[in-house]
Ligand binder design. Structure first.
Ligand SMILES: Cc1cc2nc3c(=O)[nH]c(=O)nc-3n(C[C@H](O)[C@H](O)[C@H](O)COP(=O)(O)OP(=O)(O)OC[C@H]3O[C@@H](n4cnc5c(N)ncnc54)[C@H](O)[C@@H]3O)c2cc1C
Length: 283
């Protein structure tokens, strides 16, 4: 089998390379190369983004952090801007896979690969982040929470390229947490993970809460309805926490695998959601 390789040096040239039916986009290659080696992906042409300018920076403006699609997990883990504005996000990127995966894997590739057990999408969902998507006909934005429409499937056309992710900077003092629960080794994908956003009122009660979970469904599962059970309660209110954890357990539908049975993961989704809410409220 012969695979052609294209290394366009502009977005426009990349769109043109992607017009071939057998073309497939390549970012860090972490997932693409594995899938090709397993015979699950058989592109006739790889279109590398490595030579396309403008996809690598992390830029802070007044109300947004914009992250280029080719920014690696390791760069995000080391980003002073991210650590200052959303420490939970900087921490999340230190916990992806292993150092080789973090140094090669990119944020754009991670979101486009859309493995439901991956980490960034859940936290980006509660952050209300948007993906910027460019195509031959122009640019559009998609909420990161709505990017995936199933396991390993995203709402992107074959010739569209995710160019950046825009993360709004919270203005209401909201706090964030991301809890990745692992039942195996520390460098594994999550067994269950939960991202939480909490805003407290002047009395220290929860004024607003949002929740998203990974590895418990075909895509990131938004659990804002369940998070609303925490509103008006104190972060250490054990009755409210118990009702909230039960509601989360009832709302998720994980698949059993080598990391645990479906029942175990459902139970842990409740436990981890409780931990995530407390961690956000006390961060
Ligand atoms: C051993 C191992 C452990 C891992 N552990 C974790 C983990 O714990 N948590 C986690 O979140 N992830 C984990 N990952 C996945 C990792 O985050 C990958 O980096 C990511 O899935 C793919 O990024 P990439 O840049 O290498 O993309 P590639 O492999 O190059 O591309 C992946 C897919 O995205 C498409 N694509 C890439 N860039 C774009 C773009 N800009 N626009 C549109 N489509 C694009 C490609 O066409 C391809 O279909 C792990 C992977 C491995 C191999």
């Amino acid at each position: 089998v012969t695979v052609r390789f294209a290394r366009p040096t502009s977005l426009q040239a990349a769109f043109e390379e992607l017009q071939d039916d057998d073309a497939h986009l390549l970012a860090g290659g972490v997932s693409v190369v594995l899938l090709m080696n397993l015979g699950l992906l058989q592109p006739g042409k790889l279109v590398s983004l490595a030579g396309v300018p403008g996809l690598r920076g992390i830029t802070r403006s007044d109300d947004t952090i914009e992250i280029g699609a080719l920014v690696t997990h390791d760069e995000l883990a080391r980003s002073a801007v991210l650590a200052a504005e959303v420490p939970a996000a900087a921490d999340l990127f230190t916990r992806i896979g292993n150092i080789r995966v973090r140094c090669a894997g990119t944020l754009g590739g991670n979101l486009a690969h859309a493995d439901p057990a991956q980490d960034p999408a859940a936290l980006l969902a509660v952050l209300d982040a948007e993906a910027v998507v460019a195509g031959p006909d122009g640019e559009r934005t998609v909420a990161v929470a709505a990017l995936a429409d199933g396991p390993f499937s995203v709402r992107l056309a074959e010739d569209e390229i995710l160019t950046s992710v825009r993360v709004p900077v919270a203005t209401d003092g909201a706090r964030y947490s991301y809890i990745k629960f692992l039942s195996g080794s520390q460098d594994d994908y999550a067994t269950v993970s939960v991202a939480c956003r909490v805003a407290l009122d002047d009395a220290g009660r929860i004024a607003g809460a949002r929740l998203a979970a990974a590895a418990v469904g075909g895509t990131v599962v938004l659990l804002d309805e369940q998070a609303r059970l925490l509103e008006g309660t104190a972060p250490d209110d054990e009755d409210a926490a118990a009702a909230f954890e039960t509601a989360v357990r009832d709302a998720v539908d994980p698949a059993g695998d080598r990391r645990g049975s479906a029942d175990y993961k459902r139970h842990m989704a409740g436990v981890v959601a409780g931990r995530a809410a407390r961690a956000a409220a006390t961060s």
